[in-house]
Design a binder for this molecule. Structure first.
Ligand code: BTN
Length: 246
């Protein structure tokens, strides 16, 4: 076991990712160290967004890793394994769990978890990874204006034991990270694709050319999304170059 050998719980922090970065700077924490919090007053999301979470209701976690066996060109494998681990956990509560590229976790058309990966690179390897995970567990009213939030409480209809969910997620993360260490990248790619939201179906998207109908074909090893248009032409997209129309 690597992930979860040491778990530090904080009542209130700015952001568990920020605490993790300070620990890496000052304390040389062991690989797999997990930081959890009951509340963040400056929770961070992707693209500079904030992350809403009512005190004590949800899972807020950051994991510190030193994935030196991963080259910078292959760093999307970190997103894949973390997404799959959160998906494993959520799928245990709902068959409608999916991974929305690149690393949101959805139930149906609603977002139940977000992931913020912060990697540092040294030469030709990843030196450090901070994998921040926010999973909505027992919150029932969302105020931030996020378009489509949902929680496990809302999906299942009952209140969940947050400590038990935390233990289950740490176990899922450890299992999936073990696959990275063992070089099982192809299996991670296959299982990520199987869980991929809207893959292999025609849906509406928009890009710099406007709204179009397309079909997600695959996510490339470097994390680019391949989408085929009705005219048969496929195009690769980086994060934020394509929007899903719900
Ligand atoms: C997203 O925008 O979808 C990513 C959200 C990530 C939120 C988590 S909560 C724990 C960790 N600490 C943070 O400040 N952010 C991540």
């Amino acid at each position: 076991m690597i992930i979860g050998t040491y778990v530090r719980h904080c009542e209130k922090v700015s952001s568990t990712n920020t605490v993790a970065a300070a620990m890496i700077r000052d304390q040389a924490p062991a690989e797999g160290t997990v930081i959890t919090a009951s509340y963040q007053d400056s929770g961070r999301g992707q693209q500079g967004n904030s992350w809403e979470s009512e005190p004590g209701k949800n899972l807020l976690m950051s994991v510190i890793l030193y994935p030196v066996m991963v080259s910078p060109a292959d760093q999307f494998i970190i997103s894949r394994f973390v997404s799959l681990a959160v998906h494993d956990l959520v799928a245990g509560h709902s068959p409608a769990a999916r991974i929305k590229w690149p690393n949101d976790i959805y139930v149906g058309d609603d977002k139940i978890a977000g992931i913020l990966i912060e990697n540092s690179i040294m030469g030709d390897m990843l030196a450090t990874t901070i994998a921040g995970i926010g999973l909505n567990v027992n919150q029932q009213i969302f105020r931030s204006g996020a378009p489509n939030p949902v929680s496990l409480r809302q999906v299942t209809g009952w209140e969940l034991d947050l400590a038990a969910v935390t233990v289950d997620l740490i176990a899922a993360l450890d299992r999936r990270y073990d696959m990275v260490i063992r070089g099982e990248a192809a299996t991670l790619e296959r299982e990520y694709h199987k869980a991929l939201y809207r893959a292999g179906e025609w849906h509406r998207f928009s890009d710099d050319t406007g709204v179009f109908e397309g079909m997600i074909e695959m996510v490339m090893p470097d994390g680019m999304l391949s989408v085929r248009k009705r005219n048969g032409v496929s195009r690769l997209y980086a994060f934020r170059e394509i929007d899903y129309i719900l």
